[in-house]
Design a protein around this ligand. Structure first.
Ligand code: TRP
Length: 444
């Protein structure tokens, strides 16, 4: 173990940081629009199933691999197995995923910043509904300069925090931002309780209707389970590696998974309450949050306050996730390649920034059919994350084996332990492999 490796100051600090990584645009922006586009409740049910059956065990695996090895996502596999092990390719694949995700994630973070800026100016308050509805579409299609400006701002803030390191950067900011975020969401939830669309929203999200279930939505649910829990890229390995080496990880993994799921459902309920209260379109796609919410905000009392609160909240959520993505690549370059933290964060962040700029051009088609944004999103959620996930599951279940699983879980119940061994050895890899296969068919 490296004597001078930075560590979280407490277990709570780890849980806050890992929850900060997990809770992000995936929960507040992506989950509601995917649920909306896939018919609601059945998608939600499959998503919950994936979280329990695949997400939770993989969360345990990733945190354990980091904690036990005390290393970055490449060296972790070498430390736990042997130098030059094949399994470190899971680490590289994860890094590729990080690169793809943060490029478009920062662009979306930039959209959030633009909406926050408009909220600050109270811009939507006196405009027509049509203006508000068209604002998002116009931003995406015609205003590349504005998008790039905010994308640059978002990326610079992310780089700035990661450049400061574990305790002064990651931990400090997560400690401040996460509690604010929880409070704001609870406030908005209580607010939505009093709107008339609340009941319909609950019905849409929770009254399972399997007639709407398709292979495509199952595929998206699996991909999203990875995305929302920050799995399959090494974020949880790297955050785990800043914990003290000894002790089980079961409780921490459970806390992160439960909090993330809770927040996604809370955000979903709020957004669909608004959709049903104001007769908006649930299947509106990526614009859902950006179109429906400003519509609501301009009509309610205290609109300036509520809309600012909301977009600041989303920005914080996105930021605490973005830093966990950048940290994966930076930690590798710092530990293994001996780069300085400043050099690593700025160079990697800069390269992602360039790719993010390409994502801002929806008409820039690559590989024949999709634009850069979609290609990055599809490649990461449907290919690199599942593939990395399968490798980590097999590594945990077969290479490290039942002893490690027992150590990670820290309980003596033979029954539970056997169940988990089965899940990580067989069930999770097979389920994800089927999805990966379907995903590959869809992409090529
Ligand atoms: N989980 C974050 C979200 O829901 C995004 C994220 C952070 C992520 N780190 C990741 C996604 C690692 C995949 C892998 O917005």
């Amino acid at each position: 173990m490296q004597a001078n490796r930075a560590h979280w100051s407490s277990r709570i600090a780890f849980v806050l940081a890992a929850t900060g990584s997990a809770i992000g645009l995936g929960n507040i922006w992506k989950f509601p629009y995917m649920a909306g586009a896939n018919g609601g409740s059945a998608f939600v049910l499959v998503y919950l199933g994936c979280i329990a059956l695949i997400g939770f065990p993989l969360m345990i695996a990733e945190i354990y691999i980091g904690k036990k090895s005390q290393k970055n996502t490449i060296e972790a596999f070498e430390t736990l197995h042997h130098a030059g092990t094949f399994w470190k390719s899971a680490g590289f694949l994860g890094m590729l995923g990080c690169f793809l995700v943060l490029s478009f994630y920062s662009l979306v973070g930039g959209w959030v910043l633009d909406f926050e800026y408009q909220s600050l100016l109270h811009r939507f308050a006196n405009e027509s509904d049509d203006f508000v509805k068209n604002y998002f579409v116009d931003l995406i299609h015609n205003r590349q300069g504005t998008q790039i400006f905010w994308h640059s701002t978002f990326m610079l803030i992310t780089i700035g925090i990661v450049a400061k390191g574990v305790s002064n950067g990651l931990e400090k900011w997560n400690k401040i931002l996460m509690p604010i975020l929880f409070s704001l969401l609870i406030f908005l939830f209580v607010y939505s309780l009093f709107l008339e669309g609340f009941k319909e929203s609950i019905h849409f999200l929770f009254a399972a209707d399997f007639s709407k279930l398709t292979w495509k939505s199952v595929l998206e649910a699996v991909g999203h389970a990875f995305f929302t829990l920050s799995l399959g890229m090494g974020s949880m390995i790297i955050y785990g590696s800043y914990m003290e080496k000894e002790g089980p990880v079961l409780k921490q993994a459970a806390a992160v998974v439960l909090l993330d799921t809770f927040i996604a459902l809370l955000a979903g309920t709020i957004i669909f309450t608004i959709v049903y209260t104001f007769n908006a379109e649930p299947g509106a796609g990526p614009g859902l949050m950006f179109v429906t919410l400003p519509l609501l905000f301009k009509q309610i009392p205290g609109s300036w306050f509520v809309s600012n609160a909301f977009f600041i909240l989303v920005f914080f959520a996105a930021l605490t996730s973005a830093i966990s993505i950048l940290e994966v690549l930076s930690a590798y370059l710092i530990d293994t390649k001996k780069w300085s933290r400043i050099k690593a964060t700025f160079l990697v962040g800069g390269a992602m920034w360039i790719c993010g700029v390409l994502c801002a051009y929806p008409k820039l088609i690559i590989f024949g059919k999709n634009n850069v944004f979609d290609v990055f999103d599809i490649l990461s959620s449907k290919i690199t994350m599942p593939l990395t996930g399968i490798m980590i599951s097999i590594f945990f279940g077969w290479v490290l084996g039942p002893k490690a699983i027992e150590e990670a879980v820290g309980i003596r119940s033979k029954f539970l332990l056997q169940g988990l061994v089965w899940v990580v050895r067989v069930i999770a890899p097979i389920c994800v492999a089927v999805m990966l296969y379907k995903g590959i068919l869809e992409v090529f």
